[in-house]
Write a protein that binds this ligand. Structure first.
Ligand SMILES: [Zn+2]
Length: 266
């Protein structure tokens, strides 16, 4: 599933390509024909990312809400595009630029009440300037659920996916099964700092590289994809810090990865 940094990258890219332009909208797949017909010929005014959600604002006040879910993705074409794939829900064209959206969980026009409802269910998004760190701290302090599950709860913090939760918990030495409310102030600060840094690096580069290359004794340029994560998808491989075999289990409906020594259960 795309994490928040991918959503922010899409927003930036789509703003750059389409903002202020008159857009031809269609639904090659046919599942969004009514919505695309309403959008067709409007000017895109802005694209706002929030957690894993995107809001496209149009010249007559319409708002398009997109959530990519597990399988959704955008593709961009410059010049003559190939024929759309059968799953292309939405196509947006301005001049030479074509954007196509396939496989989203949500692609709907929303009225102000519906948008407010979506936003009310989202916790702060660390990539937004208005992110309220105290609200995240308070939400975790209220929960007895495992911190590893709470981090995936978009009502607690928006935009965190499985890779970021695994890597940030490892880097801060926090066992994923510990109750969210058991975090010491310093542990929360570490977690928030790491999540912020990882998301920002991801939004800048489009990659999730969480390992500090100096820990591997190599340069950043020498890193290969196998070097990018501390624990994610490294079951039974040696921990990069203590050589213990990395463990994995299911937590919050996704597979969590952790080091039994670096992240003590207490
Ligand atoms: Zn370890």
């Amino acid at each position: 599933m795309p994490e928040g940094h991918t959503i922010h990258r899409y927003a930036r890219q789509h703003r750059r390509l389409l903002r202020g332009r008159t857009v031809a909208a269609s639904s090659p797949q046919g599942r969004f024909v009514a919505g695309a017909t309403l959008l067709n010929g409007l000017v895109l005014e802005d694209v706002e990312p929030y957690g894993k959600h995107l809001f496209y604002r149009w010249s007559d006040g319409l708002v398009l809400h997109v959530h990519l879910g597990l399988y959704g993705a955008f593709r961009q074409f410059d010049g003559e595009p190939p024929p759309p794939t059968p799953g292309t829900r939405l196509q947006l064209v301005a001049g030479n630029t074509t954007l196509r959206l396939a496989g989203p969980t949500a692609c709907d026009l929303v009225d102000p009440d519906q948008e407010a409802l979506i936003r009310a269910r989202l916790g702060p998004d660390p990539l937004r300037r208005d992110a309220d760190v105290d609200a995240v701290r308070a939400a975790l302090a209220r929960r007895s659920t495992p911190v590893g599950a709470a981090l995936l709860d978009q009502r607690v913090v928006a935009g965190i996916g499985n890779v970021f939760r695994c890597e940030a918990l490892f880097d801060c030495g926090i066992h994923p099964d510990r109750p969210a409310r058991s975090l010491a102030p310093g542990e929360f600060d570490c977690l928030w700092g790491r999540l912020n840094a990882m998301l920002r690096h991801g939004a800048r580069t489009g990659r999730i590289i969480t390992v500090d290359p100096t820990e591997l004794g190599i340069s950043r340029r020498a890193m290969r994809p196998d070097d990018w994560r501390y624990v994610y998808r490294r079951t039974d491989l040696p921990c990069r810090r203590c050589a213990s075999p990395i463990r994995s289990w299911t937590l919050g409906a996704r597979t969590i990865y952790a080091c039994p020594l670096c992240q003590p259960e207490r």
